[in-house]
Structure formats: structure tokens, C-alpha cells
Design a protein around this ligand. Structure first.
Ligand code: 13P
Ligand code: SF4
Length: 344
């Protein structure tokens, strides 16, 4: 028997998703479906979004998957991006002909905000005096302006492949220091100079909760996002992007998992892999949770908030993204995938 929306959402949070709320959600979903048809719009949603948003998403994914998907939108006139600002900008960079909407401007990213283009340019100038071969690798969690002054972009799923693939020995890695350290551990032959940014969500997760879970649940698989601190990453069975974690949980023989990242991913796993158990040691990202169904309704009605970019910035940022696609064959490298999954 097919599960109702009420049953599905209650598996995520029985207290929050009561009958009244789910009824309101169903009404908003109907309205969004009608508006999407009217506006000829597609909706892309990041894996951390509120679970009710997945119900109207044409595609859900991690940063890499969403950027690939955005580039492939052909027939629709409009992309409604349920994620954060830099992701919507990326959609505009790879598909400039389309109208790209971010339904709530509070959906920023404090990690992306740690690097502005002027400071990055100053740092590049300074470092190039010592390292003339310096290459600038920007995590996609950066503004379009920062991408535009970078040589190549990367995501959490392909950062190691990108850094290995470029010929330079010296890399300025922007803006996440934890991902930079993770890359440095996997590519010891290169010198990685890290920007000092971090994600407030992942950086606040400490090893204690993870160690306790490891002791209490024999056989549990611990999946950690590479934006986490090194002492947390060391406890991982696999360091993966959000979509990498979903693939891992689906493919593994294990029944118990701990996804150490933003809480939306645990919600997503609960829905996508109902036969397995997901323990929680997660934190909420206020930016990722900014967008509500109501915002999506209003965005489609009023065509707000449109993402616009200076054309020169867009073109140069696009070159850094293209370089990433070229270096990776646009594929996830699923780094640190352990033997039990690799063999399955
Ligand atoms: P993913 O690309 O792994 O989905 O990560 C995006 C992000 O913002 C993590 O905080
Ligand atoms: Fe930015 Fe961190 Fe939120 Fe991801 S989880 S959007 S990196 S603040």
C-alpha cells in the first residue's frame, strides 16, 4: 500500500508533522504544482531542504548534482532553486538564458561569506610572489565573484580529484579549512594553503557524540561530511558529500548509520531508505532551512527573487566551473568509499 504524505512526514518528525500541518502542506503543494505548470518552471532542491520541499522537487541532490542538473534544464523557462544563494548563482552561471529564482534571500551561506573577491585577489597577489605556479581552487560554497578570480571550482564530492588533476604544486584552497585539510591528507604531494573559513554547522560537531554512537551501536556505519573537523573525520567509515551518503546507505549491507552533517540529510535518508535506521548527531543550518513552501508559492506568483550576475563575472566564474567538469569528467569520486561498499 502506498504511504500517505502524513505517514511519510511523521517518520521524520511525528511531533512537528501533525494532521493540521500536513493538511496545510498538501494545500501548498497543490498550489505549487499548478504554478509550476503555469510558469513552465522546474524546482531543484538541495538534500538539506525541508522534507516537504522534496515533494515538489523535480531534482534533489548535492552541489555537484544540482549544478549538473541546472546546466541541463532545456524546456523550462524558469528554475526555482531551493538551496542557498551560491547554489542559485551557480545555476545562473551554467544556464544564463533561464530565469533563476531563490525563494528567500535569507538563504545565504556564512562559509561563502568568509571570502570576498577583494581579499582573495590580495592573497593571490601576495602568494604568487613566493609560488609563481599557484593555482586557486574554490569550493562551490563561494560567491560568483570569488569563482571568477579562481582557476577551478570543486565540490565536496570531487575536491580531491580536482586538486590531483591540476598541474600546480601550490594550491590556495578557498574558503573551507576543514575541506582543505581533508584534501591535503589525500594529496600529500602538493602544498595546500587553506583560507581560514569554516562552516558553522559542521565545525560545531565534536567527536564525543560520534564516539558514543560507535560504542553503543555495534556495526554502525559513520558517514561524515568533509566540512567537519579533522578529529571528527578521523572517526568516519566514509567521508562523503550529501548525495554520496545517500548512495552509500542504499548500497551498504549495514542497517545502522550515523550521518554526521546537517540534519536535513538524516530526514532525507529516513524518507529515501525507510528499511534502515539512521541515528542523529546532526546540526541545523539556518540558511538551508530558510525556504518554506509559502516562500516557494510567493516566489512563483511574484517571480522573486531573481538571481542576476554581471556578465563578465558570470563568464569568468563559468570558466572555473567548466574546468572542474573537465577535470572530473563531471563524476563523483566517492573518495574514501570503504571496501564493504566498493565491493557490493
Ligand atoms: P554537498 O555538496 O555535499 O551537498 O554540500 C553542500 C553544503 O553546503 C554542505 O554544507
Ligand atoms: Fe553554508 Fe554550512 Fe549551511 Fe552548507 S551547512 S549552506 S556550508 S552554512
Amino acid at each position: 500500500m502506498t504511504e500517505t504524505l502524513f505517514e511519510k512526514l511523521r517518520r521524520v518528525d511525528a511531533e512537528y508533522y501533525d494532521k493540521e500541518r500536513v493538511h496545510e502542506i498538501e494545500e501548498a503543494l497543490d498550489r505549487i504544482r499548478a504554478l509550476k505548470r503555469q510558469r513552465n518552471a522546474v524546482l531543484l532542491a538541495h538534500n538539506y531542504q525541508r522534507p516537504e520541499i522534496f515533494e515538489v522537487a523535480d531534482f534533489t541532490g548535492d552541489s555537484l548534482g544540482l549544478s549538473l542538473q541546472a546546466a541541463e534544464v532545456r524546456d523550462a523557462e524558469m528554475i526555482v532553486f531551493c538551496g542557498v544563494h551560491f547554489m542559485a548563482e551557480t545555476a545562473k552561471i551554467v544556464n544564463p538564458e533561464k530565469t533563476v529564482l531563490l525563494p528567500n534571500l535569507a538563504a545565504g551561506c556564512s562559509l561563502a561569506d568568509t571570502a570576498n573577491a577583494t581579499d582573495v585577489k590580495d592573497r593571490i597577489r601576495e602568494l604568487k610572489e613566493y609560488y609563481p605556479d599557484l593555482a586557486v581552487v574554490s569550493y562551490v560554497n563561494t560567491t560568483a565573484e570569488v569563482k571568477a578570480v579562481s582557476d577551478v571550482c570543486c565540490t565536496s564530492s570531487n575536491a580531491v580529484t580536482v586538486v590531483r588533476g591540476i598541474s600546480s604544486q601550490h594550491i590556495l584552497f578557498i574558503p573551507d579549512q576543514n575541506l582543505a585539510r581533508h584534501v591535503a591528507n589525500h594529496v600529500p604531494e602538493k602544498t595546500i594553503i587553506a583560507w581560514d573559513g569554516y562552516c558553522y554547522v559542521h565545525h560545531q560537531i565534536t567527536p564525543d557524540a560520534v564516539e558514543t554512537m560507535r560504542r553503543q551501536v555495534p556495526g554502525i556505519k559513520i558517514l561524515v561530511h568533509p566540512e567537519c573537523r579533522d578529529d571528527v573525520l578521523k572517526l568516519a567509515d566514509a567521508a562523503l558529500s550529501t548525495s554520496g551518503m545517500i548512495d552509500y546507505a542504499k548500497q551498504s549491507n549495514a542497517l545502522d548509520f550515523l550521518a554526521v552533517t546537517e540534519c536535513g540529510l538524516s530526514d532525507m535518508l529516513q524518507i529515501a531508505v525507510p528499511e534502515k535506521h539512521f541515528y542523529r548527531a546532526c546540526k541545523i543550518c539556518r540558511f538551508m532551512k530558510a525556504i518554506t513552501l509559502h516562500d516557494v508559492v510567493v516566489a512563483l506568483e511574484k517571480r522573486q527573487f531573481e538571481i542576476t550576475l554581471n556578465e563578465d563575472v558570470r563568464v569568468r566564474a563559468g570558466q572555473a566551473l567548466t574546468r572542474m567538469f573537465e577535470l572530473t569528467g563531471a563524476a563523483r569520486d566517492n573518495l574514501a568509499l570503504p571496501a564493504d561498499v566498493a565491493a557490493e
